[in-house]
Design a protein around this ligand. Structure first.
Ligand code: ARG
Length: 446
């Protein structure tokens, strides 16, 4: 059954191709499609378009469908195009004529828009919570190993004294900035398109502010044509936020892969957490971090894919937009899975001490030697020249953490300041699952 069937039998191959992966992808939207429909029905009654008993019947039917969805039992049938059509079909078979009123004053286009926004809002909030877990882990490692020195690199050459405290802490601060971008994606995403119908509104006296309030959006997407243009823009914002998180994870993973090599051996993991080789008995491979690196590098292509997909579309709905769902939904799953496994790995990381005792790293103390002379009154350039002469052979006196006092240095990591920024930014995210909003809306039927 196609909602738009008008007596002509559609060619099955065309239906198959145009439905594409929607029967699977749309299952992510089921609960939100139902919640959006509940808000719509409540509004229709208040606007005098349907009566109270119709509203109550529809809410009850939607509630039963919501439970089916929660139990994973609501599926999209073979001959049904998408979740919106499936739910309308279910409504008609439960309620007959009343069920057919569910689509009053709306289009599948604004339905898919509202579903995606509600789903993305939830995904962003879930992702933020996972980032928080990772942030806490990384900051605690930074504190735990703040005394353990490592060489810091520039141009992949040993450069200056660093520490595990500084290294871990840098990724924690990175995540704090990722949250800011994620928060702005959430804001951009949290406006209500419902009621804009096919992008040109409706002559029925609907109340868009009411559904905005019921679905807990910050505001409306006002201009109906913009609401459909916004499909792609909200995704681009989410994609950029995902790409930013992915960048952090990818660079962190790359460092870990390097630090695990037998040349560096800065860190290590228990045998159960690394993988072997089928031919080389000695191998302890960082497959987990290679796969995080690979998957997050793919996520970093997402903003480009979204931009390309939407770059030549005329204002108004175009079917190309359907393809956005899979791209963005998959990226949320990838990002969450990568963070989850990263936390597991970090719970088991082993840190090697005394790394900088290796004479190989003597020269990383040379800049500190220059500073020692500067403190004695030697002009910087003269001190630099004097130390340059010494560099080739002499070992340098070791820097201590008490030499580093300024903010953000190895002796003064400012982890609590970074945590304060992180926690402030976390306030942007609210944990408001579909079931809670559904329960709230269901009360209208009692
Ligand atoms: N599956 C469609 C999508 O994701 C839903 C909207 C269909 N609307 C239409 N006019 N074909 O875009």
């Amino acid at each position: 059954m196609k909602l738009w069937e008008k007596g002509i039998n559609p060619e099955p191959a065309i239906i198959e191709f145009t439905a594409g992966k929607d029967r699977e992808t749309d299952l992510n939207l089921t609960r939100w499609d139902i919640v959006g429909s509940m808000a719509h029905v409540i509004m229709l009654q208040e606007a005098g378009i349907i009566d109270v008993s119709e509203r109550n019947e529809m809410l009850k039917a939607l509630h039963s469908l919501f439970q089916l969805a929660e139990d994973g039992k609501l599926i999209i049938e073979k001959d049904i195009e998408d979740i919106h059509s499936q739910i309308e079909k279910e409504m008609s078979s439960i309620l007959g004529t009343t069920g057919k009123k569910i689509h009053t004053g709306r289009s599948r286009n604004d339905q898919v828009l509202v579903d995606i926004r509600l789903f993305t809002r939830e995904e962003i909030d879930k992702l933020a919570l996972m980032i928080r877990k990772l942030f806490i882990k990384i900051q605690s490692l930074s504190e735990q190993y703040k005394e353990v020195l490592i060489p810091g690199y520039t141009h992949m050459q040993p450069a200056m004294v660093s520490s595990f405290g500084l290294w871990f802490g840098s990724f924690a601060e990175c995540l704090a900035d990722d949250l800011l971008i994620l928060c702005s994606a959430r804001e951009l995403n949290n406006r209500n398109p419902l009621g804009t119908a096919a992008g040109y509104g409706t002559t029925l006296p609907i109340n868009r502010r009411r559904t905005t309030q019921l679905l807990e959006f910050d505001d409306l997407l006002y201009n109906s044509a913009y609401a459909s243009l916004n499909r792609g823009k909200a995704e681009l914002a989410a994609a950029s936020a995902l790409a930013s998180v992915a960048q952090t994870l990818s660079r962190f993973s790359m460092d870990i892969c390097i630090y695990m090599t037998s040349e560096f051996r800065f860190i290590d993991f228990p045998d159960e957490y690394v993988t072997g080789s089928s031919i080389m008995p000695q191998k302890k491979n960082p497959d987990v971090f290679e796969l995080i690196r690979g998957r997050t590098n793919i996520i970093q292509t997402l903003p480009n894919q979204v931009a390309m997909l939407t770059s030549n579309l005329q204002t108004g709905y175009n079917r190309d937009l359907q393809l956005l769902k899979q791209l963005v939904f998959n990226a949320f799953d990838d990002a969450k899975e990568c963070i989850e496994i990263m936390v597991l790995m970090l719970n088991n990381i082993r840190i090697r001490k005394n790394i900088t005792d290796n004479p190989l790293y003597n020269n990383i103390f040379s800049a500190e030697e220059v500073n020692r002379l500067v403190r004695q009154g030697v002009p910087f350039r003269d001190a630099y020249k004097a130390v340059s002469e010494m560099v080739r052979n002499s070992p340098f006196s070791r820097t201590t953490l008490s030499d580093y006092v300024h903010e953000g240095s190895i002796g003064n990591l400012c982890n609590s300041e970074i945590a304060a920024i992180f926690n402030k930014r976390m306030e942007c995210f609210k944990n408001r699952p579909a079931a809670e909003i559904e329960a709230k809306l269901m009360k209208f039927a009692s």
